[in-house]
Design a protein around this ligand. Structure first.
Ligand SMILES: C[S@@+](CC[C@H](N)C(=O)[O-])C[C@H]1O[C@@H](n2cnc3c(N)ncnc32)[C@H](O)[C@@H]1O
Length: 205
Protein backbone atom coordinates (compact mmCIF):
# COMPACT_ATOMS: atom_id res chain seq x y z
CA UNK A 1 0.00 0.00 0.00
CA UNK A 2 1.07 3.56 -0.74
CA UNK A 3 2.45 5.02 2.50
CA UNK A 4 1.32 8.53 1.54
CA UNK A 5 -2.27 7.30 1.17
CA UNK A 6 -2.03 5.53 4.55
CA UNK A 7 -0.64 8.68 6.19
CA UNK A 8 -3.37 10.85 4.65
CA UNK A 9 -6.23 8.57 5.69
CA UNK A 10 -4.97 7.34 9.06
CA UNK A 11 -2.43 9.92 10.21
CA UNK A 12 0.80 7.96 10.59
CA UNK A 13 3.31 5.48 9.22
CA UNK A 14 1.05 2.48 9.68
CA UNK A 15 0.67 -0.77 7.76
CA UNK A 16 -2.39 -1.91 5.81
CA UNK A 17 -3.20 -4.09 2.84
CA UNK A 18 -5.74 -3.18 0.17
CA UNK A 19 -8.59 -4.64 2.17
CA UNK A 20 -7.77 -3.18 5.57
CA UNK A 21 -7.04 0.18 3.92
CA UNK A 22 -10.51 0.32 2.34
CA UNK A 23 -12.24 -0.96 5.49
CA UNK A 24 -10.35 1.41 7.78
CA UNK A 25 -12.23 4.50 8.91
CA UNK A 26 -10.73 7.91 8.10
CA UNK A 27 -8.87 9.49 11.06
CA UNK A 28 -11.17 12.55 11.01
CA UNK A 29 -14.17 10.30 11.67
CA UNK A 30 -12.48 8.06 14.23
CA UNK A 31 -11.29 11.06 16.27
CA UNK A 32 -14.88 12.33 16.24
CA UNK A 33 -16.35 8.96 17.37
CA UNK A 34 -13.70 8.53 20.04
CA UNK A 35 -14.70 11.74 21.88
CA UNK A 36 -17.88 10.02 23.06
CA UNK A 37 -15.82 7.24 24.67
CA UNK A 38 -13.59 9.53 26.76
CA UNK A 39 -12.38 7.78 29.93
CA UNK A 40 -14.58 4.72 29.36
CA UNK A 41 -13.59 1.06 29.14
CA UNK A 42 -14.54 0.16 25.57
CA UNK A 43 -15.22 -3.09 23.78
CA UNK A 44 -14.37 -2.67 20.11
CA UNK A 45 -15.50 -5.09 17.46
CA UNK A 46 -14.23 -5.48 14.84
CA UNK A 47 -10.56 -4.35 14.90
CA UNK A 48 -9.49 -4.55 11.23
CA UNK A 49 -5.97 -3.07 11.03
CA UNK A 50 -6.76 -0.99 14.10
CA UNK A 51 -7.48 2.45 12.68
CA UNK A 52 -10.52 3.03 14.88
CA UNK A 53 -8.65 1.33 17.75
CA UNK A 54 -5.98 4.06 17.58
CA UNK A 55 -8.49 6.86 18.11
CA UNK A 56 -10.41 4.98 20.81
CA UNK A 57 -7.16 4.20 22.67
CA UNK A 58 -6.23 7.89 22.73
CA UNK A 59 -9.55 8.90 24.34
CA UNK A 60 -10.78 5.90 26.31
CA UNK A 61 -9.47 4.51 29.58
CA UNK A 62 -8.91 1.14 27.97
CA UNK A 63 -9.90 -0.74 24.80
CA UNK A 64 -10.62 -4.46 24.44
CA UNK A 65 -10.67 -5.18 20.71
CA UNK A 66 -11.93 -8.38 19.05
CA UNK A 67 -11.01 -9.51 15.51
CA UNK A 68 -11.59 -12.75 13.63
CA UNK A 69 -8.90 -12.50 10.96
CA UNK A 70 -5.34 -13.16 12.22
CA UNK A 71 -3.65 -11.11 9.50
CA UNK A 72 -5.86 -8.09 10.22
CA UNK A 73 -5.14 -8.46 13.91
CA UNK A 74 -1.37 -8.63 13.29
CA UNK A 75 -1.58 -5.35 11.39
CA UNK A 76 -3.57 -3.78 14.23
CA UNK A 77 -1.09 -4.92 16.89
CA UNK A 78 1.72 -3.39 14.83
CA UNK A 79 -0.16 -0.13 14.24
CA UNK A 80 -1.16 0.33 17.87
CA UNK A 81 2.47 -0.30 18.93
CA UNK A 82 3.66 2.15 16.26
CA UNK A 83 1.43 4.80 17.86
CA UNK A 84 2.80 4.01 21.34
CA UNK A 85 -0.64 2.90 22.58
CA UNK A 86 -0.10 -0.82 23.26
CA UNK A 87 -0.51 -0.47 27.01
CA UNK A 88 -4.08 0.80 26.50
CA UNK A 89 -5.36 -1.99 24.22
CA UNK A 90 -6.03 -5.72 24.76
CA UNK A 91 -6.43 -7.71 21.55
CA UNK A 92 -8.60 -10.81 21.43
CA UNK A 93 -8.74 -13.06 18.37
CA UNK A 94 -11.98 -14.89 17.65
CA UNK A 95 -15.56 -14.66 16.49
CA UNK A 96 -17.41 -11.96 18.41
CA UNK A 97 -20.60 -14.02 18.04
CA UNK A 98 -19.02 -17.04 19.75
CA UNK A 99 -20.92 -17.34 23.06
CA UNK A 100 -17.77 -18.57 24.84
CA UNK A 101 -15.78 -15.54 23.72
CA UNK A 102 -18.62 -13.14 24.58
CA UNK A 103 -19.04 -14.74 27.99
CA UNK A 104 -15.35 -14.35 28.83
CA UNK A 105 -15.04 -10.66 27.92
CA UNK A 106 -14.30 -8.35 30.85
CA UNK A 107 -16.97 -5.86 31.98
CA UNK A 108 -17.02 -2.75 29.77
CA UNK A 109 -18.68 0.68 29.91
CA UNK A 110 -19.43 0.96 26.20
CA UNK A 111 -18.94 -0.67 22.81
CA UNK A 112 -17.87 0.48 19.34
CA UNK A 113 -19.02 -1.80 16.50
CA UNK A 114 -17.73 -1.63 12.93
CA UNK A 115 -18.83 -4.73 11.00
CA UNK A 116 -17.43 -5.48 7.56
CA UNK A 117 -19.83 -4.22 4.91
CA UNK A 118 -17.28 -3.94 2.11
CA UNK A 119 -18.93 -6.83 0.29
CA UNK A 120 -18.32 -6.77 -3.42
CA UNK A 121 -20.60 -7.59 -6.35
CA UNK A 122 -22.99 -5.64 -8.54
CA UNK A 123 -26.09 -7.14 -6.94
CA UNK A 124 -25.11 -6.39 -3.38
CA UNK A 125 -27.85 -4.72 -1.37
CA UNK A 126 -27.05 -3.20 2.01
CA UNK A 127 -29.52 -4.30 4.64
CA UNK A 128 -29.73 -3.91 8.39
CA UNK A 129 -32.51 -6.39 9.08
CA UNK A 130 -31.23 -9.87 8.23
CA UNK A 131 -28.02 -8.02 7.65
CA UNK A 132 -25.46 -9.22 5.13
CA UNK A 133 -22.53 -7.48 6.82
CA UNK A 134 -19.87 -9.64 8.48
CA UNK A 135 -20.75 -10.31 11.23
CA UNK A 136 -24.47 -9.52 10.66
CA UNK A 137 -24.99 -6.05 12.13
CA UNK A 138 -28.48 -6.73 13.54
CA UNK A 139 -27.46 -9.93 15.35
CA UNK A 140 -24.22 -8.39 16.57
CA UNK A 141 -25.99 -5.32 17.95
CA UNK A 142 -28.47 -7.42 19.91
CA UNK A 143 -25.64 -9.55 21.36
CA UNK A 144 -23.63 -6.48 22.38
CA UNK A 145 -26.70 -4.98 24.08
CA UNK A 146 -26.51 -7.97 26.44
CA UNK A 147 -23.14 -6.52 27.61
CA UNK A 148 -23.82 -2.76 27.57
CA UNK A 149 -26.51 -0.21 26.62
CA UNK A 150 -23.87 2.30 25.55
CA UNK A 151 -23.16 1.37 21.97
CA UNK A 152 -22.05 3.04 18.74
CA UNK A 153 -22.40 1.09 15.48
CA UNK A 154 -21.07 2.16 12.09
CA UNK A 155 -23.30 1.33 9.11
CA UNK A 156 -23.08 1.88 5.36
CA UNK A 157 -24.58 5.00 3.77
CA UNK A 158 -26.71 3.10 1.25
CA UNK A 159 -29.09 1.90 3.89
CA UNK A 160 -32.86 2.32 4.04
CA UNK A 161 -33.20 4.11 7.39
CA UNK A 162 -36.77 2.76 7.73
CA UNK A 163 -35.07 -0.52 8.68
CA UNK A 164 -33.77 1.10 11.86
CA UNK A 165 -37.22 2.01 13.21
CA UNK A 166 -37.53 -0.96 15.57
CA UNK A 167 -34.29 -0.16 17.41
CA UNK A 168 -34.16 1.36 20.91
CA UNK A 169 -33.97 5.17 21.16
CA UNK A 170 -30.88 6.36 19.32
CA UNK A 171 -29.07 9.14 17.51
CA UNK A 172 -28.55 8.49 13.80
CA UNK A 173 -25.56 10.47 12.63
CA UNK A 174 -24.79 10.98 8.93
CA UNK A 175 -21.06 11.43 8.35
CA UNK A 176 -19.86 13.36 5.29
CA UNK A 177 -16.47 13.99 3.69
CA UNK A 178 -17.26 17.19 1.83
CA UNK A 179 -20.54 16.44 0.04
CA UNK A 180 -20.03 12.69 0.05
CA UNK A 181 -22.15 10.75 2.54
CA UNK A 182 -19.65 8.13 3.76
CA UNK A 183 -21.20 6.46 6.80
CA UNK A 184 -23.99 6.31 9.32
CA UNK A 185 -23.21 5.93 12.99
CA UNK A 186 -25.95 5.03 15.46
CA UNK A 187 -25.42 5.93 19.13
CA UNK A 188 -27.34 4.34 22.00
CA UNK A 189 -27.52 4.81 25.76
CA UNK A 190 -25.18 7.42 27.25
CA UNK A 191 -23.34 7.80 23.92
CA UNK A 192 -26.46 9.46 22.47
CA UNK A 193 -26.35 13.28 22.52
CA UNK A 194 -29.53 14.10 20.57
CA UNK A 195 -32.37 11.72 19.78
CA UNK A 196 -33.07 11.64 16.01
CA UNK A 197 -30.92 12.43 12.99
CA UNK A 198 -27.74 14.52 13.21
CA UNK A 199 -24.89 15.29 10.83
CA UNK A 200 -21.10 15.45 11.06
CA UNK A 201 -19.30 16.97 8.10
CA UNK A 202 -15.56 17.13 7.42
CA UNK A 203 -14.91 20.02 5.05
CA UNK A 204 -12.59 19.24 2.16
CA UNK A 205 -10.93 21.85 -0.03
C1 LIG B 1 -14.84 -2.76 8.71
S1 LIG B 1 -13.53 -3.75 9.35
C2 LIG B 1 -13.04 -2.85 10.79
C3 LIG B 1 -12.20 -1.64 10.45
C4 LIG B 1 -11.70 -0.87 11.63
N1 LIG B 1 -12.81 -0.37 12.44
C5 LIG B 1 -10.80 0.26 11.20
O1 LIG B 1 -11.23 1.45 11.27
O2 LIG B 1 -9.66 -0.02 10.79
C6 LIG B 1 -14.40 -5.14 9.96
C7 LIG B 1 -13.55 -6.26 10.53
O3 LIG B 1 -14.44 -7.23 11.10
C8 LIG B 1 -13.79 -8.46 11.09
N2 LIG B 1 -14.79 -9.51 11.36
C9 LIG B 1 -15.68 -10.05 10.49
N3 LIG B 1 -16.45 -10.96 11.12
C10 LIG B 1 -16.04 -10.98 12.42
C11 LIG B 1 -16.46 -11.73 13.57
N4 LIG B 1 -17.45 -12.61 13.48
N5 LIG B 1 -15.83 -11.50 14.75
C12 LIG B 1 -14.82 -10.60 14.83
N6 LIG B 1 -14.38 -9.87 13.77
C13 LIG B 1 -14.98 -10.05 12.59
C14 LIG B 1 -13.18 -8.50 9.69
O4 LIG B 1 -12.15 -9.46 9.61
C15 LIG B 1 -12.70 -7.06 9.55
O5 LIG B 1 -11.34 -6.94 9.89
Amino acid sequence: MDSNAIRAKFGGDYIANERTFIMGIDQRFTAHFAERFRDLIVLETCTGAGFSTLALARAAKRVVSVELDPSHQRQAIHNVAQAGLSSRVSFIRGDILDPNLLGELPPVDAAFIDPDWAVTGPDHVYRFVQSNTRPPADILLSKIFERTDNVAIVLPPLLDVEELCGLPRHERERLYLGDSHELFCLYFGRLLLVSGETEFRVTTS
